[in-house]
Write a protein that binds this ligand. Sequence first.
Ligand code: AMP
Length: 294
Amino acid sequence: MRVITTIQEMRKEISKQKSHSKSIGFVPTMGFLHEGHLTLLKKARIENDIVVLSIFVNPLQFGPKEDFSTYPRDFARDQSLAECEGVDLIFYPSVEEMYPHKTSARVIIQDRTDVLCGKSRPGHFDGVATVLTKLFNIVLPTRAYFGTKDAQQVAVVEGLISDLNFPIELIPVEIVREEDGLAKSSRNVNLLPEERAKASVLYKSLTAAKEAIDKGVRDPEAIKTLVSTMIRSESNGKIDYVEIYSYPQLKSVEYLADIFIIALAVQFSRVRLIDNIILDLGQEIGGENECFDT
Ligand code: AMP
């Protein structure tokens, strides 16, 4: 496994691999790896000749009051976990390497960002799309792997790849959870112990929503109320949103049908957590390309 920190060196290595017609599986991350990331790497390892992991905490996607400086980082640990997963190349650039001067071009996402995290975090998905465009142009992946934990990100990346004609296959991967159901996240370490103890209510509320839908409830407002009430009664987290939209289009729905997402974001004292389930008329899918069948 090689660790590469410059774009120039990365380009050299990628063109060598491409000249041997190697397929490249790419897993972009912000590091502080956990089993969610490792699942993406495992899938990439099975499906490609070469696996590239990028570790870059992208300042462009953080708002001024967000947790860029406190975002957890541990490159030595990430490196040994990546080695165990059979990663071939880690791309680990500095901020200066990725953004050496005030940029004169960036990517603007025009659709699917007026809701959920796009609404709460203005500019976030433009920052994500800009860094991904740069990374895609540097890594030239055959396939790129993204977790449906960040379901809106998957929807935005699907639009980015298709609208800007990147010759990349998007592979969504379903959410990996802790034993109590909490979605694995690098940010979970910033939960206070008493918050961590109660944070499983996020997934419990989504499971309760699924059960209600399985029993025939089709009113999105009733489901949103059920989820919010449960979270409020079992945790001190402040609800940022609990929403239901068609997926991956992220349009409002008045009646639950076809494929839709129930998504939530909750602010705890030092960390904001997100979670979701994607359902197909009661059939949970949460991953694979089935997300885009409609
Ligand atoms: P991040 O480092 O948080 O930017 O995440 C990098 C990639 O890992 C993104 O595609 C995430 O959606 C994915 N990911 C993060 N947490 C999980 C999880 N619990 N299960 C599956 N994928 C995840």
